[in-house]
Design a protein around this ligand. Structure first.
Ligand code: PMP
Length: 287
């Protein structure tokens, strides 16, 4: 039973209790982060905390902690958790109050931190790639906020599960936005492309790492809108997220992507990503 953090206390998960009037429960009125931990070192912690701040600003909720306080809380959870590699889930909701859509006047936010097992994709998946489907992106227009109200993402992700696939790639007005729980890259005419950050997608921490690695390794790349036709004609399609790292999509809506195997740029990026992870694990942040 992991030790969790709830509103200033460290306690076993089974003893953690929150009010049924919590606005996270009633309205999904909260935001969250998932921070990977490798060899007990949080990966890109400051970037995750900066995105948490942006999400809190996006829902007009005052950050209950300074970055230093967050860091201390996360470090204590890591120390008490089992396993060298972990995924630290943290969430802040607007707290408990009378059931009214409008913000309560005086309310204490609910802060919850939970260590999860972090299992990187199996080698076979890295080598075979995964199947994905597409679906219309029917989410709201603030997908840049990492909100706990994930019902549209849940429904979209389930479409891929129902189809025996790993992810649902989302198309809005003919353009690729992201996956239901990942960002998406494509390779077209040898150039690595990703949709530009906007309100239509989550600014992924892994997305940033992949673009930095592309720069560092001299891989031609650009961020610009990607039309559905370019996605379908792409030589390579990749998913990125803190838990998936970089994974190749080798089948899209039942059609092979490229020759149906992970492509050469994917293999290069996957190796670069693993190297980078190991560098960070040895305590030497790059560039
Ligand atoms: N988009 C969505 C909708 C996600 O849920 C995630 C994963 N949390 C991502 C992108 C990837 O973000 P990150 O690389 O920070 O995990």
């Amino acid at each position: 039973m992991p030790t969790i953090h709830l509103n200033g206390q460290f306690l076993p998960l089974e003893e953690a209790r929150i009010s049924v009037m919590d606005r996270g429960f009633l309205f999904g009125d909260g935001v969250y982060e998932v921070i990977p931990v490798y060899s007990r070192r949080p990966f890109r912690l400051h970037e995750h905390l900066a995105r948490l701040q942006a999400s809190l600003d996006g829902i007009r909720l005052t950050n209950p902690h300074t970055p230093r306080e967050w860091e201390n809380l996360v470090v204590r959870i890591i120390e008490q958790a089992e396993g060298e590699d972990q995924g630290i889930y943290l969430q802040v909701t607007r707290g408990a109050g009378p059931r009214d859509h409008a913000f309560p006047k005086e309310v204490q936010p609910t802060v919850f931190i939970l260590p999860l097992a972090l299992i990187p994709p199996a080698r076979e998946l890295v080598e075979s790639g995964v199947a994905a489907i597409t679906a219309p992106d029917n989410r709201w227009l603030r997908c840049d906020i990492k909100a706990t109200s994930l019902l549209p993402n849940v429904l979209l992700r389930q479409l891929s599960v129902d189809a025996g696939c790993a992810e649902t790639l989302l198309l809005r007005e003919g353009f690729l936005s992201e996956g239901s729980a990942s960002n998406v890259f494509v390779v077209a005419e040898g150039v690595l492309l990703a949709p530009p950050k906007s309100n239509l997608m989550l600014p992924g921490i892994t997305y940033d790492v992949v673009l930095e690695l592309a720069r560092a390794h001299g891989i031609a790349h650009a961020t610009r809108p990607i039309h559905e036709n370019e996605l379908r004609a792409a030589e390579e399609v990749w998913l990125t997220s803190s838990t998936k790292e970089v994974l190749a999509v080798t089948t899209l809506d039942g059609q092979p992507v490229g020759d149906g195997r992970p492509g050469p740029l994917f293999r290069k990026m996957h190796a670069a990503y693993q190297d980078y992870k190991h560098t960070v694990m040895r305590g030497k942040e790059i560039a």
